[in-house]
Ligand binder design. Structure first.
Ligand code: UDP
Ligand code: MG
Length: 340
């Protein structure tokens, strides 16, 4: 075997197992989380079905309706007659992470594809996904080649977030990777074993590991409708990312506390010396007030961080389901209905 220098970068630091056997035309489930995507599904699903037939003869498009407030369900359910579509209607809007989890729980394919329902993920990238899967990678993920479509503020915050997270967490998450990916059944089964309530899927993909490969793609503009992610959403997802993959925020206070204690000791020593040498004078309250305010701030902040972790522990302990499915429309049911 060659001992060539191998570029072990963060995106593909793994190699496929040499002995993998891949089927020629595996069964395929494509998970499409959809929140107010009525405009887009009618166009995406025919295109997608036609495209996926290159890779598989057993296709299922699993549309997860995440409590949409428009005609998403009606549009998707109407497509059941003509296309291999199954619609899982969640009982309310649970968020994209929960919708994806619902998809992963219900996907039966040998290969599972995760894709946005708004047409922003280019179908051509799927060729590459399958190419690498055939070579033995269990997970192939899309990495966006630029973020020009996003606001500068969002770009900077995202960058900062991944920089800090990768320093403090025990896993490496590719900053430009997203939910556009191909999962082998092995990865799907692994993801189903993760029971946590507060989820950041990107962290979980990284956590389960498996030979993975990055593929770059260019994000297309939305077919129609508007993006549903507001800053508030993203910041709460960022917080989930931190608290579920890193305990650094809890630990950093030990260091800060120790640092402040050492400084205060030095300062106390200074005061004692000064009093001994020059006698005492009453003034000095500004220093005391400033010290108290500073420490008070730090204490409240660290209590807040404790609260954040405790809130997550609370939500894990309640162990509520991640999502509830209220209805299901499937091409499978239809076929049986016409047969009998
Ligand atoms: N989505 C969802 N539930 C939500 C928000 C979004 O299932 O609460 C879906 C949405 O329908 C789309 C995907 O997640 O298929 C990505 O959402 P969006 O396009 O709004 O995000 P962006 O592309 O701007 O990151
Ligand atoms: Mg989008």
């Amino acid at each position: 075997q060659a001992t060539a220098t191998v570029d072990i970068s963060m995106d593909d630091n793994t190699f496929p197992s040499p002995d993998v056997q891949r089927q020629d035309r595996p069964s395929l489930t494509c998970i499409l989380p959809a929140y107010n995507e009525a405009e887009n599904l009618g166009r995406l699903i025919p295109e997608l079905t036609a495209y996926l037939q290159r890779f598989s003869d057993q296709i299922e498009l699993l549309v997860i309706d995440d409590g949409s407030r428009d005609a998403t369900v009606a549009v998707a359910a109407a497509l059941v007659d003509e296309y291999p579509v199954t619609v899982l209607q969640l009982s309310r809007n649970f968020g994209k992470e929960a919708a994806l989890s619902a998809g992963i729980d219900h996907a039966e394919g040998e290969v599972v594809l995760l894709m946005d329902a708004d047409g922003q993920h280019p179908l051509e990238a799927i060729d590459q996904f399958f190419h690498h899967w055939r070579q033995g990678y269990d997970m192939v993920f899309g990495v966006r080649d630029n973020r020009a479509d996003e606001s500068a503020a969002k770009r900077h915050l995202t960058n900062l977030f991944y920089k800090v997270l990768s320093r403090s967490a025990e896993i490496d998450i590719h900053p430009d990777a997203g939910d556009f990916r191909l999962l082998d059944r092995r990865v799907v089964l692994a993801l189903r074993q993760l029971p946590e309530r507060s989820r950041m899927m990107k962290g979980l993909y990284a956590w389960v590991g498996f030979p993975s490969k990055a593929v770059t793609f260019t994000v297309a503009p939305r077919m129609g409708g508007t993006s549903n992610f507001r800053l508030r959403h993203l910041s709460s997802l960022a917080l989930t990312g931190f608290t579920s993959f890193s305990s650094a925020p809890l630990r950093v206070w030990m260091l800060i506390g120790a640092g402040i204690s050492v400084l205060s000791l030095l300062y106390a020593f200074l005061i004692v010396m000064r009093t001994l040498l020059f006698g005492s004078d009453v003034p000095g309250w500004p220093t005391i007030a400033a010290g108290i305010a500073f420490l008070g701030g730090i204490q409240l902040f660290s209590v807040g961080i404790l609260g954040e972790y405790i809130a997550r522990i609370f939500s894990e302990v309640k162990a509520r389901p991640l999502y509830l499915v209220s209805r299901r429309h499937s091409f499978r049911d239809r076929t049986t209905a016409t047969d009998t």
